[in-house]
Write a protein that binds this ligand. Structure first.
Ligand code: G6P
Length: 480
């Protein structure tokens, strides 16, 4: 039997993610909290409440050392980051090295030893905080690329735990991943988990290929054997796809409320009642293919295939990672291009593109989805892309066309969308025209199939499926 770990805490279910579900800021009046970016909390909040869970993460502000607190019935354990760590661990190694590398190096990843050192330090801090929160034999679920070393660091501290890791972003082919000077450490970091989950089956296959390339471990199907039969304990790590989803039911319900339906009509009026409204909704990130989308739309206007004010594009670009150089370059590029297209093709009170550098509450987004005839998702690489699923969930009226990049994970499930290669500008232009011209009957046929998929697999079933598989893995005690 396992000895009770001296450092054990009291929580049977612990989520570890770079961000807490809320951002905390210090104001004159004390500490204020706001919902943080990312949708993980909708998936996990019900499970957290049921299972007496704790959530370990960063509160979004530099140098803020907060005590643990409860928010909305969830126990939150803040992990502090200094301003230097935000630069080296978050903006640096997480978002200047791993983010581009794991998205097929669509921009050049930078490799800096100082960034790596900070990543190790911060991952260790997260692992220590999780070890302190977890009860003996607890389940700990670690999330995403910012924390790829946490599973193995945590296992070293607490071999009694059941550890899951989910990678929300893609994992590239081994030929690309091999560029990383610390590739072996990162692969071994994930293998501290009992179960590694990915969005697409191709991501899981790519991890398995990197495991074979950079370690001596044996793999069989989805399973990696860690340790050997002779040097016990031997462990098995399963690596498999669990495509994430959204809270489909509640988005559908929201889309049916009179307020949202009225707001959708109002949005069309505010745009000057165009015949066709195209919509793009993205974090302002170079992986989203916004430049490619604007190029295709600009050319359609130039060719005279579409014209203002009949057709208008609304592009919501929510601010993201603004301290990272590549994101500044992207913002400048996008804003210059939008200005040029509007300058060339707009008229007084009639913009070709309505560009909004803001984040909006969910109700407003759902109203935009309902207002839009065509939703454009043109990511160059994307783990899943939840906007695609939100658009489908919002179209209870069975209207609207989804144009979807084959390089977004959502394309594996949403085959009834118009699937495009965003690098093929002519192909994308054809798809946009096809979407605009599609008959109501064809739209309904496709949207019905898409909705079936999105409503059947929601984020709750995603979490249940991952945790169910993790819970069925052989228990730690049998190895020790
Ligand atoms: C992606 C990542 C998340 C991240 C989110 C927002 O969805 O997979 O881990 O939280 O972007 O980015 P940010 O850097 O603001 O946390």
């Amino acid at each position: 039997a396992t000895a009770v770990p001296t450092e054990a805490g009291e929580y049977d279910f612990v989520v570890v993610a770079n961000r807490l579900p809320v951002d905390a800021t210090v104001t004159g009046a004390g500490v204020e909290t706001n919902r943080s970016p990312g949708g993980l909390v909708t998936a996990l909040a019900p499970i957290m409440r049921e299972a007496d869970g704790a959530w370990v993460g960063w509160a979004g502000t530099p140098d803020l050392d907060l005590d643990a607190f409860d928010d909305d019935d969830i126990h939150l354990v803040p992990v502090p980051l200094t301003a230097d760590e935000i630069e080296a661990y978050y903006e640096g190694f997480s978002n200047g090295t791993l983010w581009p590398l794991l998205h097929d190096a669509v921009v050049d990843p930078e490799f800096h030893r100082t960034w790596w050192n900070s990543y190790v330090t911060v991952n260790r801090r997260f692992a220590t905080a999780a070890a302190k929160a977890a009860a003996p034999g607890a389940t700990v679920w670690v999330h995403d690329y910012q924390l790829m070393l946490v599973p193995s660091l945590l296992r070293a501290l607490r071999p009694d735990l059941r550890i899951g890791f989910f990678l929300h972003i893609p994992f590239p082919p081994p030929e690309i991943f091999a560029q990383l000077p610390w590739r072996k450490q990162v692969v071994e970091g994930m293998l501290g988990a009992d179960l590694v989950g990915t969005q697409r089956t191709s991501d899981a296959a790519n991890i398995l290929r990197s495991v074979r390339r950079h370690t001596d471990l044996t793999t069989r199907g989805q399973v990696v054997t860690v340790g050997s039969r002779w040097t016990r304990p031997e462990r098995h790590v399963r690596i498999a796809a669990f495509p994430i989803s959204i809270d489909s039911g509640s988005i559908s319900a929201l889309a049916e409320t009179p307020e949202v339906i009225e707001r959708a009509a109002q949005i069309r009026r505010e745009l000057g009642d165009p015949a066709v409204m195209l919509l793009g909704v993205d974090r302002l990130d170079y992986t989203k293919g916004i430049r490619h989308r604007l190029k295709a739309f600009g050319e359609l206007l130039q060719d005279g295939a579409v014209s203002v004010p009949d057709v208008t594009l609304v592009q919501v670009a929510s601010p993201s990672r603004e301290q990272v150089e590549e994101y500044r370059v992207l913002r400048d590029d996008v804003e210059v291009t939008v200005g040029r297209i509007n300058g060339d093709h707009g008229a007084l009170g009639r913009a070709a593109i309505h560009y909004l550098h803001h984040s909006y509450p969910l109700e407003e987004m759902v109203a935009m989805y309902r207002a839009a005839d065509v939703m454009l998702i043109t990511a160059l690489r994307d783990g899943m892309n939840l906007v695609a699923k939100e658009y489908v969930a919002a179209r209870t009226d069975l209207d609207g066309v989804l144009v979807l990049s084959e390089f977004a994970g959502a394309a594996d499930e949403l085959g009834q969308a118009l699937i495009v290669n965003p690098h093929d500008i002519d192909g994308m232009k054809r798809a946009i025209l096809e979407a605009i011209a599609m008959s109501p009957r064809e739209k309904r046929r496709r949207m019905r199939a898409l909705r079936r998929r999105v409503l059947d697999s929601d984020v709750q079933s995603w979490a249940r499926s991952f945790l169910g598989t993790l819970g069925a893995m052989p228990s730690r005690d049998s190895h020790v």
